[in-house]
Design a protein. Structure first.
Length: 119
């Protein structure tokens, strides 16, 4: 006679505690405009960065993947030129309370616009 009732067991997987204490990387997008796009050869980049990375740190990491921009963005001391206009999620980074020290979060978008002149 076939069994009408079959006992089932549910297995529970426990994650090691270290997984809860390990910072997860964040993914941000970088958008370049005008001459910056031309110099880098593409408009959009996706960066996977360490958790709690600042905008300033992210820029230096980004320039490793787009080295042609480095002489246009950084002075001899490695500081970002004032003419590189940077935005975080549409807000001018220079207006943020922490400026370049602002920490990035998952899904943030960094945008860089070169100086524009005309008349």
């Amino acid at each position: 006679m076939p069994e009408l009732y079959q006992e089932t067991h549910t297995q529970v997987a426990y994650l090691p505690e270290i997984w809860f204490n390990t910072p997860m990387p964040v993914t941000v997008k970088v958008h370049l405009y005008a001459t910056f796009k031309l110099i880098a050869g593409q408009k959009e980049f996706e960066l996977v960065l360490p958790d709690q990375v600042s905008i300033g740190e992210a820029i230096h990491i980004f320039l490793e993947s787009a080295p042609a921009l480095k002489p246009h963005w950084l002075n001899q001391e490695g500081v970002l030129h004032v003419h590189v206009h940077s935005f975080l999620n549409g807000t001018d980074v220079s207006t943020l309370p922490l400026g370049m020290e602002t920490r990035l979060k998952q899904g943030d978008i960094l945008e860089f616009i070169p100086p524009v002149a005309g008349g």
